[in-house]
Design a protein around this ligand. Structure first.
Ligand SMILES: [Fe+2]
Ligand SMILES: [Fe+2]
Length: 186
């Protein structure tokens, strides 16, 4: 690997932020594994399923950006993931964390869109459109789940029933989603 590959000084600000976003998406994926495993350990299989699946989606998001960077002939190194939270005490904490994380990612994409526009990067701006739309869905999903957890007032069987009925697995992929580097896993 050339030293150039490890330095991002040659990248536009937009491409530097995109590489950061690869890290954010892998971190989100990793965080959701921790959330899913906690629910799994608490014998809450429906909540565990939702977050195991969400973890795979986040991995795909990272790999969509990797595909885009490769196709754009951008030289970059795959980033390591950030620290994740693993010390949870109540189910609500995990769902609240998920909602917080999705809101942060939405802000990151808004910033990316602004930078793409500032740099007249029309290709980049267009690439972001699917992610911005996807974030609206993901924030809404976690916001609904948090409301349901609050309304259940500690009855996790009610939450599990809701999740089983109203949050089914989506195995047909998102329409118009950008391609991933390597196989898609969600
Ligand atoms: Fe994502
Ligand atoms: Fe997400």
């Amino acid at each position: 690997m050339s030293s150039n590959k490890n330095s991002d000084s040659h990248l536009s600000k937009f491409h530097r932020l995109l590489v950061d976003q690869v890290r954010h998406e892998f971190t989100a994926s990793h965080q959701y594994v921790a959330v899913a495993a906690w629910f799994d350990d608490q014998d809450l299989p429906q909540l565990a399923r939702v977050f195991y699946e969400q973890s795979l989606e986040e991995r795909d998001h990272a790999m969509m950006i990797v595909r885009f960077l490769l196709d754009s002939d951008i030289h970059f190194a795959i980033p390591a993931v950030d620290e994740i939270e693993t010390a949870f005490s109540a189910p609500r904490d995990l769902v609240a964390l998920a909602l917080r994380q999705e809101r942060e990612v939405t802000d990151q994409f808004q910033r990316l869109a602004k930078v793409a526009r500032d740099e007249d990067d029309y290709t980049g701006e267009q690439f972001l459109q699917w992610f911005i739309q996807e974030q609206t869905e993901e924030v809404a999903k976690m916001s609904t789940l948090l409301n349901v957890v609050d309304r259940a007032e500690g009855n996790l069987f009610d939450v599990e029933t809701f999740v089983a009925r109203d949050m089914p697995s989506e195995d047909n992929g998102s329409q118009g989603a950008p391609g991933t580097a390597g196989p898609s896993v969600s």
